[in-house]
Design a protein around this ligand. Structure first.
Ligand code: DX5
Ligand code: ZN
Length: 226
């Protein structure tokens, strides 16, 4: 994969919420392809974060798409709310949806891009019957719930399997990786077949600032992919 084809979605979970508008504007100026927003309910995952109000606020601050990652039970109850708040893509977890096929259609009907996320313990083959319904597969490379965790290296084979499944059916699907992506792990994610990188702490938590976070990732991608 060429390095220009890699998209970066900074996750505001690691942003400074006292100046959220500023932070997402800086990320956009630094070349973010979209803004990733982690919605957690304290039930599907052991943490509570943000809801539609934050999506609405970020929408007013940037023009790039908003990638909303729902880590909540019964996501079907809130899909329209997040679409109305300004989401451009909505991702639900396979583990939270006994009727995943129906929920993916529900997202499609809002006009948003459709995403499915898969926890580290869930095998890639569980997505086989719904592959044709999605625009994004989010392969969780940490257990969802918190930023700043370590990339689970074993997930690279899952990424490769999913990339092969997608290519075999000639589908146009972004394979997103989420959790522990930094200048040490980004290459193995890309080399195994991911093209959309969610990055929280290595961008918003970078000691030298947001632009430096992007520069480090781009440097690694340029050195290792060209
Ligand atoms: C984890 C979230 C991630 C998180 C990634 O549950 O889904 O999007 O923000 O953060 P880092 O990049 O710090 O691992
Ligand atoms: Zn996420």
């Amino acid at each position: 994969m060429h390095y220009d084809d890699i998209k970066i979605a900074p996750s505001i979970l690691a942003a400074d919420f006292t100046k959220l508008g500023d932070e997402v504007t800086q990320a956009q100026d630094a070349g973010a392809d979209m803004i990733h927003i982690d919605v957690m309910d304290g039930r599907f995952v052991p943490n509570i974060t943000m809801g539609p109000l934050v999506v609405e606020a970020v929408k007013r601050a940037v023009t790039i798409p908003l990638d909303v990652h729902l880590m909540i039970v019964e996501p079907e109850k809130y899909i329209q709310t997040f679409a109305d708040a300004g989401a451009d893509s909505i991702t639900v977890h396979i583990e939270a949806c006994p009727h995943l096929h129906r929920v993916l259609w529900q997202i499609r009907e809002t006009g948003c891009n459709v995403g499915v996320a898969i926890n580290p313990h869930t095998p890639p083959e569980t997505l086989a019957e719904i592959l044709n319904l999605v625009d994004i597969i989010n392969v969780m490379t940490v257990n969802p719930g918190f930023g700043g965790q370590s990339f689970i290296q074993r997930m690279t084979s899952k990424i490769a399997t999913l990339r092969a499944m997608v290519s075999k059916e000639q589908l146009d699907i972004d394979i997103e990786v989420d959790g522990g992506i930094n200048d040490k792990t980004i290459s193995s994610a890309v080399q195994s077949g991911a093209n959309l990188m969610v990055v929280g702490s290595s961008i918003f938590g970078h000691p030298k600032g947001i632009q430096a976070g992007f520069d480090d990732l781009h440097k690694t991608l340029q050195n290792e992919l060209e």
